[in-house]
Design a protein around this ligand. Structure first.
Ligand code: HEM
Ligand SMILES: [Cu+2]
Length: 556
C-alpha cells in the first residue's frame, strides 16, 4: 500500500477554548504556545536592552583609570544585575521561549502537553524579573553581591540591604517556572509526536531542548533549595551558610555550582540546536552525522552534572578532588568537538548561502571554539590558579555566552522571524547588525584575555594607571559602544520588518522541518494537515518523492 498518501487525519474535536478573548486580554490570558513564545521573546528583548545598558555603564566606568563615572556601590549593583539579567532573564528564557514556540510545530503537535502550566512558567518568569528589578526602588538599592552571591558576603551580617533577598526570591519564582517548562517539554516531546516522528527523526533542535529539559528538572531544584536556605538565613536567623555559627560558606558554593555548571549547558545546548537547524538548511545538505550530534548532546548533559568543582579550584579542596574535576571537565571537550566537526563537515562541499542566519551561525562556530579552548585551558588547575577572578575569565565566558549563545539566538531570530510574524527581516540591516556585532564583540572581549593575564581582577570598580591598562580598557569600552549601536540596528530591523518586511509565505528558506509546513504565522491550531513523516526531512521528501531521505522507510 505504498502508493497511499498517508495524511494524518485532522482532529475534529472542538479545540480547548484557545483565544477566546480579544485584544490585550487575548495575550495576557493566553495558553497558546505560540503567543506565550512570542511574549517570552518580547520580554527577553526588554531585559536584553536593560542588561545591555548596565553593561555599557560598567564599560564606561572602566574606560579610563581612576574614573568616577559610577560610585563603587552602584558599580557593584550594575555587574550583579547585568550578570543576573543576562543569564536568567535573557539567554535562558529566550531559548526556552523559542522552544515553547517551535517544539510543538516541529513535532507536528497542536500545543504543549500542559498549556496552562506553560502560561504559569512564563508568568513566574515575568514575576521573578519584576521582583528583582523592584529592588532598585528600595532604599538600599539592587543586589550587589555578584551573580553567584557567595556566602558569607550575601548573608545578613555582611549585606544588610534588601537586595540579596529580592534576588533570591525573584530567582526562586523564576526557577519554579523553569522546572515546569522542563517537565512540559519532556512530556510534550515524548508523547505528542505526530505518527512517523520517531526519536531518530526528531529535529536536532528538539533533541537539544529535550536534554536541556532534563537538566532543568535535575539541577534547578538544587539552587531552589539553596535559595530557600539563604532566605531562612537572611530572614529567620538560620545559619546554613554562616561559618561563625557552625554553617558552611563552601556549602553554598557547592550548591551554587552544582546548579551553575549544568546551567551553562542549559544556556548553550538549545543554542547548539539552533545552529544544527540553520547550518544544514543554508548549506543545502542534510546534517552530517545526525546520531553523533544528538548522542554527543546526551553525553554533554550527563558529563555536565559532574564537573562543578572547576569553579572552586581556588578554594583548596585538595589535590585529588581538583585532579578529578580537572580531568572530568576536559572530557567535555570531546563531545563538544564532535559537534563542531559535524557542523563543519555539513558546510563542507555544501552550496552555502550566507544569509544573515548563516552568518551568525558561522561566527558562532569560530567564537564558541575560542571560548571552548580557553575553557579547556582553565580546566587545568595551575592555569586556573593564575587567572581565576581575573578579566581572563570574563573574556572566557563572554566568548561562550555572547559569542556562543547570543550569536545563536540572533541566528535563530533571523531564521524563524518569518515564521513568527509572516514577514522577512531586512537582509541589508541584518548584515549591518551582523558585522557591527562581530566587530564590537571581538573588540570588547578579545583584549580582556590579555588584561586578565596582566593581572586585572574582575569585579573591580577601577584600576591604577598601570602601563597599557588604560588604553586596553578604552579599546574594550569602544567595542561596547559599537555593540550598543549594533543592538539599535537590530531593534530597528525588527520594528521595520514587522511593518514593511517582505511577505514570507510558508517556507521562505526552503527548509525541511515541519514548522515550515504550515502558514506563517501558523493558525491557532498549527496545522490543517501534518505532512507524512518518513524521514528526518519531511518537506524534502514531499518535494522529492523520487529521492527521499530514507528510501526504504515504511509508511506509518
Ligand atoms: C552586551 C554586551 C556585554 C558587555 C559589554 C558585557 C560586559 C561585561 C563586563 C565588563 C563584565 C565584568 C564586570 C566586572 O567584573 O566588574 C561583565 C560581567 C558578566 N557578564 Fe557581561 N557583557 C555583555 C553581555 C553579556 C551576556 C550576553 C551575558 C550572558 C549571557 C553576560 C554575562 C555576564 C556575567 C554572568 C557576568 C559576571 C557578573 C558577575 O561577576 O557577577 N554578559 N559583563
Ligand atoms: Cu562550569
Amino acid at each position: 500500500m505504498s502508493s497511499r498518501i498517508p495524511i494524518v487525519p485532522e482532529n475534529t474535536e472542538p479545540l480547548p477554548r484557545l483565544r477566546e478573548n480579544e485584544g490585550m486580554l487575548s495575550w495576557v490570558a493566553s495558553v497558546d504556545h505560540k503567543q506565550i513564545g512570542i511574549m517570552y521573546l518580547i520580554c527577553c528583548m526588554v531585559f536584553f536592552l536593560i542588561g545591555g545598558l548596565e553593561a555599557l555603564l560598567i564599560r564606561i566606568q572602566l574606560a579610563q583609570p581612576e574614573f568616577g563615572f559610577l560610585s563603587p556601590e552602584v558599580y557593584n549593583q550594575m555587574f550583579t544585575m547585568h550578570g543576573t539579567t543576562m543569564i536568567f532573564f535573557v539567554v535562558m528564557p529566550f531559548l526556552i521561549g523559542v522552544g515553547v514556540y517551535l517544539v510543538p510545530l516541529m513535532i507536528g503537535a497542536r500545543d504543549m502537553a500542559f498549556p496552562r502550566l506553560n502560561a504559569l512558567s512564563f508568568w513566574l518568569f515575568v514575576f521573578g524579573g519584576i521582583l528583582i528589578y523592584y529592588s532598585f526602588l528600595t532604599q538600599s538599592g539592587a543586589p550587589d553581591v555578584g551573580w553567584f552571591a557567595y556566602s558569607p558576603l550575601s548573608e545578613k551580617p555582611f549585606s544588610l540591604n534588601k537586595g540579596p533577598t529580592y534576588w533570591a526570591l525573584g530567582l526562586l519564582a523564576t526557577g519554579i517556572g523553569s522546572v515546569a517548562s522542563g517537565l512540559n517539554n519532556v512530556v510534550t516531546i515524548l508523547t505528542m509526536r505526530t505518527p512517523g516522528m520517531t526519536m531518530r527523526r526528531l529535529p536536532l533542535f528538539v533533541w537539544m531542548i529535550l536534554v536541556t529539559s532534563f537538566l532543568l528538572i535535575f539541577v534547578i531544584p538544587i539552587i531552589t533549595s539553596a535559595f530557600a536556605m539563604m532566605l531562612l538565613d537572611r530572614l529567620l536567623g538560620a545559619t546554613f551558610f554562616t561559618p561563625a555559627h557552625g554553617g558552611s560558606a563552601i556549602l553554598w558554593q557547592h550548591f551554587f555550582w552544582g546548579f551553575g555548571h549544568p546551567e551553562v549547558y542549559i544556556l548553550i545546548l538549545p543554542a547548539f540546536g539552533i545552529i544544527s537547524e540553520v547550518i544544514p538548511v543554508f548549506s543545502r545538505k542534510p546534517i552530517y552525522g545526525y546520531e553523533f550530534v544528538a548522542g554527543s548532546t546526551v553525553a554533554i548533559g550527563l558529563l555536565s552534572l559532574g564537573v562543578w568543582v572547576h569553579h572552586m579550584f581556588a578554594v583548596g579542596l585538595g589535590d585529588v578532588t581538583n585532579l578529578y574535576f580537572s580531568f572530568a571537565s576536559m572530557l567535555i571537550a570531546i563531545p563538544t568537538g564532535v559537534k563542531v566537526l559535524n557542523w563543519v563537515a555539513t558546510m563542507w562541499g555544501g552550496k552555502i548561502i550566507f544569509a544573515t542566519p548563516m552568518l551568525f551561525a558561522t561566527a558562532f562556530i569560530i567564537e564558541f571554539v575560542i571560548g571552548g579552548l580557553t575553557g579547556v585551558a582553565i580546566a587545568s588547575v595551575p592555569i586556573d590558579w593564575v587567572v581565576t577572578d581575573s578579566y581572563f575569565i570574563v573574556a572566557h565566558f563572554h566568548y561562550a555566552l555572547f559569542g556562543g549563545s547570543l550569536f545563536a539566538i540572533f541566528a535563530g531570530v533571523y531564521y524563524w522571524f518569518p515564521k513568527f510574524t509572516g514577514r522577512m527581516m531586512s537582509e541589508t540591516l541584518g548584515k549591518w547588525h551582523f558585522w557591527l556585532t562581530v566587530i564590537g564583540f571581538n573588540l570588547t572581549f578579545f583584549i580582556q584575555h590579555f588584561l586578565g593575564m596582566m593581572g586585572m581582577p574582575r569585579r573591580t570598580y577601577t584600576y591604577h594607571d598601570f602601563p597599557y591598562w588604560g588604553s586596553m580598557n578604552l579599546i574594550s569600552t569602544i567595542g561596547a559602544i559599537v555593540l550598543a549601536v549594533s543592538v539599535l540596528v537590530f531593534v530597528w530591523n525588527i520594528l521595520q520588518s514587522l511593518k514593511r518586511g517582505e511577505k514570507a509565505g510558508g517556507n521562505p528558506w526552503n527548509a525541511w522541518t515541519l514548522e515550515w509546513a504550515t502558514t506563517s504565522p501558523p493558525a491557532v491550531h498549527n496545522f490543517d494537515l501534518v505532512p507524512p513523516v518518513r524521514g528526518r526531512r519531511p518537506l524534502w521528501d514531499l518535494a522529492h518523492p523520487d529521492m527521499p531521505d530514507e528510501p526504504d522507510a515504511k509508511v506509518v
